[in-house]
Design a protein around this ligand. Structure first.
Ligand code: ATP
Length: 374
């Protein structure tokens, strides 16, 4: 299966061969959206966000944070309890408006692809093209299959296709009606990890070419960073932070956001004169008042280790080989629990025991301790 995937063209090549955009991209906005299932706690609590025309927006968050529910509300297969959904400033769902799913120009790709096993690939893709004549629907479906490079499988049945190919059929089916917005719910979660990177890159290329606005649900921060023009991070039904991957990674709004993007060592400290002391050294905490309790988060990847000339002494407790990197557990004077570090392989000689650490300042984040961070 993997071999066959490799013989295809690169995604970028496809863009040159086929006609450009197929959709009129639209802005999709959620305005103060609340939701709860009958007699259950709130699933969404006042979410307001917009996906801009033509952008790929990733909805990121842990399991149960409300990502799928938000997508289903946009598609019209779930209804919010309060708030509005707008497509290009036109309300498609609100207190007195409900545009049915088939009239929203919004396509949906499900987690499990949801292909009909008894229909050919072509008929699967044709399925949503009910507004067209039979011959037009066939032509459009074939064009959508060409777009995902699967026209040669038009008359095959889903079971003979690899997971990656099935995902592309699902994408072709969703794109065939030329939606203004495409919603993808964990589209790569069913794929073999070796296939994932290739299918993700291809999907992104196809989305760009289609020019549809896309909202992609994922719980994987790395995937969100690879795919999203912007990322909306959700927690417990609330929008925590929204921005580019760089913004969320470099300036996370709180400890939750920081921990979602990086593995962290945490130290509790008290700010004094704009600085905080930790077992890994003293760091600046600009703007933090004297006596304020803070959590200092140090990225595992921000700790460098060497045999001499570092800033903090440490003793190696354990080392685990991870290929390009090595995971270290270290005893550091003053630290109640082992400090973890992720260093490049080969930096420390095997058998190194007493070592020195240096922390990159850009990998230190200081957050005032609040109830939810504590
Ligand atoms: N039909 C339902 N009835 C009651 N509660 C539900 C129902 N479907 C989902 N929930 C709850 O609503 C919350 C949000 O679910 P949702 O599927 O939107 O989260 P999610 O972020 O997409 O999670 P996941 O990544 O696990 O799919 C969860 O706590 C879930 O248990």
């Amino acid at each position: 299966m993997v071999q066959a995937e490799k013989t295809r063209r690169e995604p970028g090549e496809r863009a040159g061969r086929l006609p450009a955009g197929v959709s009129f991209a639209a802005r999709l906005s959620f305005d103060n959206v609340w939701h709860s299932f009958d007699n259950h706690a709130e699933t969404l609590r006042g979410v307001s966000l917009s996906a801009e025309p033509g952008e790929v927006l990733c909805l990121l968050g842990p399991s149960g944070s409300g990502k799928t529910t938000l997508l289903r509300i946009a598609a019209g297969i779930e209804t919010q309890t309060r708030g509005r959904v707008l497509l290009n400033d036109r309300e498609i769902s609100g207190p007195s408006v409900f545009v049915p799913p088939e009239r929203r120009s919004i396509g949906l790709v499900f987690q499990d692809f949801a292909l009909f096993p008894h229909l050919s690939i072509l008929d699967n893709v044709r399925f949503g093209l009910t507004a067209l004549s039979s011959s037009e629907a066939k032509r459009e479906a074939m064009a959508a299959l060409v777009r995902v490079d699967l026209e040669h499988h038009a008359h095959s049945f889903p079971h003979i296709l690899s997971g990656g190919e099935q995902q592309r059929v699902a994408l072709a089916r969703a794109l065939a009606p030329r939606p203004a917005v495409l919603l993808l719910d964990e589209p790569f979660s069913g794929l073999d990890s070796r296939l994932k990177d290739a299918v993700r890159a291809e999907t992104l290329a196809i989305l760009r070419q289609s020019r549809a606005t896309a909202i992609v649900v994922t719980h994987d921060a790395e995937e969100a960073m690879r795919m999203g023009d912007r990322i909306a991070l959700l927690k417990d039904g609330r929008l925590v932070q929204m921005g580019t991957a760089q913004t969320l990674f470099q300036t996370p709004i709180d400890l939750f956001a920081a921990g979602f993007f990086s593995e962290l060592n945490l130290f509790e400290a008290t700010a004094r004169a704009g600085r905080v002391d930790t077992p890994l050294g003293q760091f600046s905490a600009p703007g933090t008042g004297d006596g304020v309790a803070v959590t200092v988060a140090v990225r595992l990847s921000g700790i460098e280790a060497c045999e001499k000339d570092g800033e903090t002494e440490a003793r190696v407790i354990s080392r685990r080989f991870l290929g390009e990197a090595e995971a270290l557990e270290l005893a550091v004077p003053g630290a109640e629990t082992p400090v973890r570090a992720r260093i490049r392989c080969g930096v420390l000689p095997s058998g190194a025991r007493d070592i020195w650490l240096t922390v990159r300042k850009s990998d230190v984040l200081v957050f005032e301790r609040r109830a939810e961070n504590a």
